[in-house]
Write a protein that binds this ligand. Structure first.
Ligand SMILES: Cc1cc2nc3c(=O)[nH]c(=O)nc-3n(C[C@H](O)[C@H](O)[C@H](O)COP(=O)(O)OP(=O)(O)OC[C@H]3O[C@@H](n4cnc5c(N)ncnc54)[C@H](O)[C@@H]3O)c2cc1C
Length: 395
């Protein structure tokens, strides 16, 4: 049993969206947590689930119909991820492949780039990873140094730099890399986006071992004058941060959905357990010391779900600025709600909370991912302090 979000109410979601929730939940439950744990344990990937979700139109629900997508938006894509997570199958690559990369290519790619990538991202036959984090920049994306230089003879790009913690590079056909061009005249550097195919000569990726029970792995990337075709650049090289932010709002909304799904899954397990586990006269769920933390977790998840819906609605309505603040707050709220829900769920099961058989303890680490990535809790609090409250900046 998973908890049902309050946003599934007819006043908040259309009949179509609620039907989508129900259908995705049914798919997720058909695979279930056992499937997810098995592929993780065996070092495999969620290929069957990914393909089926793609064939059913769930992965590309946000992408343009013209390119095989569903023509809907982040409201729909985020509920797909949330429902899969609530069924115990959070598909991390949904955050990067259709949400960030699909959005950026749909909004800023050339017709040729759209035709090359969007149908595959929509039906799940192709995946794309996203690399922005650098070892010496971290939370400060303004400091990234990955640099693209144009070969004046051929028009090709030469990309040099390092990235860390990039998810799913091994299973992605390409990675969308955030770099900067060298402005030969002024020496200034500008943010821009490049599609780097996985088998591009010189594109090196190394697995970073993580203490996370998840099928998706993280990688360090090293690029030393990696030669890319002229059309590897997505969008305008002079557009600066604008294009990048178009992809980062969906990233935050989807990370919120990832956290919400996991939190609902953990809470569902705890509620099931607390209803039946009896060591005194009544089941432990009758003790308020057990019930209240679970009730609080439910309220926190519901609140975060409403913020996530707000962010997705604003984004889908084309209000990038309004969506920015809401998406950051939604990511913060959902990540915190998830960490609390998982912690309380594990505690509710007593010793079984840490037993392998019950599968909850591995979520203790997994739940922290949304607190750190793609932007940490502290950086969101900084953003809200400065942008929403107008407080002065210390850095
Ligand atoms: C599982 C996982 C998957 C990931 N997937 C991807 C991916 O696909 N692509 C990608 O590009 N990246 C990915 N990342 C990287 C992630 O986005 C970064 O880890 C994150 O942005 C934080 O950067 P950092 O690790 O360098 O931490 P740092 O920037 O070094 O920060 C360390 C700590 O200092 C705090 N801090 C830093 N600056 C400030 C400040 N000004 N005020 C207050 N506190 C501050 C931070 O909040 C944090 O707690 C992933 C990370 C993880 C864990």
């Amino acid at each position: 049993m998973a908890t049902t979000p309050v946003s599934a109410h007819p006043l908040l979601e259309t009949d179509e969206q609620r039907a989508l929730r129900a259908a995705v939940a049914a798919l997720g439950n058909r695979y279930g947590r056992d499937y997810f744990e098995r592929v993780t344990r065996e070092g495999e990937h969620t290929d069957e689930l990914w393909s089926e979700a793609g064939a059913l139109g769930y992965l590309g629900v946000n992408l343009p119909e013209q390119y095989g997508g569903g023509g809907r938006g982040m409201v729909e894509l985020s509920l797909v991820l949330e429902e899969l997570g609530a069924a115990g199958c959070p598909l991390l690559m949904l955050i990067v492949s259709p949400a960030i990369c699909g959005t950026v290519i749909a909004r800023f790619g050339t017709d040729e780039q759209r035709e090359r990538w969007l149908p595959g991202l929509a039906d799940g036959s192709r995946k794309m990873a996203f690399g922005i984090t650098e070892p010496d920049a971290g939370s400060n994306a303004h400091r990234i140094t990955t640099t693209a230089r144009r070969d004046p003879g051929t028009g090709e790009w030469l990309l040099t730099g390092r990235k860390v913690f990039v998810s799913g590079v091994d299973i992605a056909d390409a990675t969308l890399i955030v770099g900067r061009t060298e402005d030969a005249r002024t020496g200034k550097l500008k943010a821009c986006l490049f599609v780097v195919d996985r088998d591009t000569p010189g594109f090196q990726y190394r697995h970073i071992p993580m203490e996370l029970a998840a099928p998706e792995k993280q990688f360090e990337l090293v690029m030393d004058e990696v030669r890319l075709p002229a059309d590897a650049l997505v969008g305008d090289k002079d557009a600066g941060l604008l294009q990048l932010f178009a992809g980062l709002n969906p990233e935050r909304i989807m990370t919120a959905a990832f956290a919400l799904g996991m939190g609902r899954y953990a809470l569902g397990r705890a509620v099931e357990y607390a209803r039946v586990r009896t060591v005194w006269k009544e089941p432990i769920g009758a003790h308020q010391a057990v019930a209240h933390p679970l009730a609080q977790a439910h309220i926190e998840l519901e609140s975060a779900g409403l913020l996530t819906l707000k962010a997705a609605l604003l984004y889908d309505a084309g209000d990038d600025a309004g969506a920015g603040e809401a998406a950051n707050m939604a990511k913060y709220a959902a990540a915190e709600a998830n960490v609390n829900a998982v912690d309380r769920a594990v505690h509710t099961l007593g010793g079984n909370g840490l037993a392998t058989e019950y599968g909850l303890a591995t979520l203790l680490n997994a739940a922290r991912v949304a607190r750190i990535a793609p932007v940490s809790r502290e950086m969101i609090l900084n953003h809200v302090s400065h942008q929403s409250l107008g407080l002065p900046k210390s850095y």
